[in-house]
Design a protein around this ligand. Sequence first.
Ligand code: HEM
Length: 593
Amino acid sequence: MRVWVAGFEPWSRELAARRGTSSSGNGVQALLEFGEREKWGGVRTGEGRQRGCWNAVAAQRGLSEHRWGSLSIQNLRSPTDTHRFAQNFATLDLVTKQLAAMDASSSWVMLAGAVTFLAVVVASLSMLLSGSSGKKKTKPLPPGSFGVPLIGQTLSLLRALRANAGEDWLRHWVTTYGPVSRLSFFGCPTAILIGPSGNKFVFSSGAITPKATESMARMIGRRTIRDVAGDEHRRVRAMMVQFLRPDACRRHVAGMDAEVRRHLDAEWRGRGTVAVMPAMKDLTFDVMCTVLFSLGRDDGENEAVRRVLSAEFQQLVKGISVVPLNLPFTSFNKCLAASRRGRHAVAGVINERRAKLERGENSAVNDVVTHMIAEGLPEEEIIDNVMFLIIAAHDTTAALLTFLIRYLEANREAYDKVLHEQEEVARCKAPEEALSWEDLSKMRYTWAAALETLRLVPPVFSVLRKTTDDIEFGGYRIPKGWQMIQPMSTTQWDPTIFPDPGRFDPARFEDTSAVPPFCFIPFGGGPRVCPGNEFARVETLVAVHYIVTRYRWKLNPGCDGSYARFPLPYPSQGLLIDIEPMHHRQALKQSNA
Ligand code: HEM
């Protein structure tokens, strides 16, 4: 029997050899590209998925593009396989064109597959329309539209996000379809839930679990904390929380303080203009390396690892929400290459830590990597989780710091209050004395300003989840296997919750207990709520203390202060500010007097 296997991918040849099939090089290669690690997952656990591919290919040859598009949301073999597979449909679309050139003489195998596939599809379609799993389903699907087959609303929403019009796009969508609606995003049927009750439902339902975009999963891995559930999730989360909970953060203050000072001395001192976002990314990256991974600065090897990781993650992060099209010269292809190099560097750190642990030169309490090794987490899982932590821990806080600097520049009253609060703290310190945990507790207004920034520009646009069972919400049925998104800013900009929502007003958060539940969700919620929120708070306060007490700043005239999402918010030109050292101003004041 002949099966279509891409000839030029070594792993495809391997797969072909295992199956005793011949290999024929053609465009299916792109279809099969699940990424370097995925190949082994595919061989070991994903036979159904691979078969799904063949069947799909066969079916494809007998169906029109439109039909194909509508099939993309149906089950192939199992919901999990289909879901992952569906992420590759954009790739399939390209492959479609090449399929036309395939050898028609051996298509009987494909046609047989097509018949099987069609039967599955017809069954799935009728299940989708009438209610799956044989259960009685009375509720309708949410209102909305799946848009153009395959593409759905993916391109239009991504385009809007990149033009900083994502919120408007969503507002329009919600006005049209209401707080519970459906669309198609990255080839998957997706329910959008807006508002506090939707947020509460998503955070508390046992039938909803996190999901990564296909591009994220292929770059970061499929065995992260986000991919595990139940006891396994609690176990991995506990390993991270060990280094993120308040008593741990208390120990991190001195390390963060040293990194912030070092950063300002190296990157800000003597400069007239600074690009804030790149600078804040460097800063939060360094804080994370020092505090969480113990990649100290006193060791040349550690310094080299830092540089590799920093460079690779700058590239990798660009691929989080792109269409996972792995063809030469696509941006996703570059991101995958960066991911491979990043993983290699992390694997090196794991080896070094494991050796030290065995020699008794390191202890599990030292850093999160050694802790995971000591807890017996398999190496691939450690790599995936470290990759995830790097993404989760540094770009988010960098976005918060960047936009806080922006809002303080534009809001004189808030700026004066923050400056006053920070100068009060500085007044009680010796010139080179590091901040303490107690100092941070005096920075209440500064943290309120940070929370207001998170309300206006949440770094994470939406938490992505999927249903693990059929669920009902707001009078609608959301079938098993659907994606769910809950864009944060739609709730956080709701004028009935936050009057005059576009105004920067830290007073809204001076008493956080006054904020109604599930209305302010920049850190997510429920059992998956961000465990790094205290870490982010401490890091933000330490950084703002030194920035505010050492520099004054204003937006560079060449910078308009706008921003776009990729998917994290990124200001145009990285937010260029002109800076002036505080002591310089004070000296000027004195000489003027
Ligand atoms: C301003 C900074 C940050 C923001 C806005 C943020 C936001 C988020 C959000 C929205 C989630 C998903 C929550 C959910 O699914 O309900 C999340 C998860 C997570 N974040 Fe953060 N985060 C920030 C900083 C950090 C930091 C500094 C760390 C680590 C040092 C971190 C580690 C994590 C981890 C490990 C998860 C996964 C939790 C799980 O699935 O159990 N985050 N974060």
